[in-house]
Write a protein that binds this ligand. Structure first.
Ligand code: NDP
Ligand code: GDR
Length: 371
């Protein structure tokens, strides 16, 4: 039985990857952080009480900022594969916490690689690094592929640049099987609530049920190549099953703007939107409502406004990936389109919003966190 260790197992990708590897018959170990409240919601459905059962999924307390802890976990687990998905992964937050982001997203990777070497596991343990399309930042070539030069535009991307190169360096210096997946944006109903797609699907679902009145957005012109997280974690595993470690771009090759994603999500709720104005004065007004999915809305309601608070000090305006290498060498193809993904996200957020609306109707307080 193969053994895998996942950092960031409580995150979006970590939870899908854990499911995927358990299905493949792996023994899966994940690192979770200590928090003042339960933080394992995304993996609770695959975790079984160790007092009453003996499944193949275990969690270990740890942190990428804690070297001795990483060494101890690696020594205990002796993994065949390490997936380094743990990170302070929010680009906007990295401008506010640049030093912490560098410590976890850059030094954290070095700590793990060194721990593998210190324990003499460099010939046994294969290593996957969660690299990112943010490395391309101010894009130098369209579409972006493995050979496109990097130009990071945030403390997050600069930290990830270090991790990209230290992974290449350990492969070249010590013969480790270590590789980078350069993944373009990927989303799902499990996406963190403050990333733009989830903020939109959750916000519009809440608005449709009268739980919120307006969605406040940053740069709606930003263009992204969005895929589904399930397709992308499959590729993370595939990358570790090759004869030779290599780096791959993973993307769908289709690009849409944040504004288009808002229209698409509204469409799933039967809402047709009209955008008016430009820059900080741009708004979206309800043009028509069809069906019964948005009972709280009427024609003329303004449900999207721009708030410059969400603009970033330096923006990545456009990203579009070319995953030809992954298609040719690994036979990888994305199976879920951005439209299908958007429909799934809206459906899940609408279920929650409806439950909350019902509770509110019966006098319960519903705290709505908006960011
Ligand atoms: P999430 O933000 O959903 O998950 C991040 C995970 O990292 C969480 O489990 C989080 O724990 C954990 N984490 C945060 N800080 C630390 C720390 N100090 N020590 C240990 N673990 C920590 O991210 P995604 O699942 O979306 O992304 C996975 C990885 O892929 C990240 O490295 C991200 O930067 C990268 N990436 C993501 C892309 C995307 O579009 N989703 C695209 C390209 C790269 P907790 O739950 O406690 O917060
Ligand atoms: P990104 O994702 O920065 O690409 O990083 P995010 O969803 O945060 O932003 C995408 C684009 O949307 C614009 N935007 C807004 N973003 C947020 N979060 N909130 C808003 O209100 C808003 N309005 C407009 C942003 O400016 C940006 O241009 C994600 C993360 O998962 C990284 O970890 C990963 O490496 C990259 O994707 C690939």
């Amino acid at each position: 039985m193969k053994r895998a260790l996942i950092t960031g197992v409580t995150g979006q990708d970590g939870s899908y990857l854990a499911e995927f590897l358990l299905d493949k018959g792996y023994e899966v170990h994940g690192i979770k952080r200590r928090a003042s409240q339960f933080n394992t919601q995304r993996v609770d459905h695959i975790f079984e009480d160790p007092h009453t059962s003996n499944n193949n999924f275990s969690l270990h307390y740890g942190d990428l900022s804690d070297t001795s802890n990483l060494i101890r976990i690696l020594q205990e687990v002796q993994p065949d594969e390490v997936y380094n998905l743990g990170a302070q992964s929010h680009v906007a937050v990295s401008f506010e916490s640049p030093e912490y982001t560098a410590d976890v997203d850059a030094m954290g990777t070095l700590r793990l690689l060194e721990a593998i070497r210190i324990l003499g596991l460099e010939k046994k343990t294969r290593f996957y690094q969660a690299s990112t399309s943010e490395l391309y930042g101010l894009v130098q070539e369209v579409p972006q592929k493995e050979t496109t030069p990097f130009y990071p535009r945030s403390p997050y991307a600069v930290a990830k640049l270090y991790s990209y190169w230290i992974t290449v360096n350990y492969r070249e210096s010590y013969g480790m099987y270590a590789c980078n997946g350069i993944l373009f944006n990927h989303e799902s109903p499990r996406r963190g609530e403050t990333f733009v797609t989830r903020k939109i699907t959750r916000g519009l679902a809440n608005i449709s049920q009268g739980l919120e009145s307006c969605l406040y957005m940053g740069n709606m012109d930003a263009l992204r190549d969005w895929g589904h997280a399930k397709d992308y974690v499959r590729m993370q595993w595939m990358m570790l099953q090759q004869e030779r470690a290599e780096d791959f771009v993973i993307a769908t090759g289709r690009q849409i703007s944040v504004r288009e994603f808002i229209k698409m999500s509204a469409g799933e709720l039967g809402i047709k939107l009209k955008f008016q104005g430009t820059g900080v004065d741009e708004i979206a007004i309800v043009d028509s409502v069809q069906g019964d999915k948005a009972p709280a809305l009427s024609e003329g309601d303004i449900i999207v406004r721009v708030d410059p608070r969400y603009f970033r000090p330096a923006e990545v305006e456009t990203l579009l990936g070319d995953a030809t290498k992954a298609k040719l060498k690994l036979g990888w193809e994305p199976e879920i389109s951005v439209d299908e993904m958007c429909a799934e996200m809206v459906e899940e957020d609408l279920k929650v919003a409806k439950r909350h609306a019902l509770l509110k109707e019966h006098g319960h307080e519903i705290p709505v966190s908006v960011e």
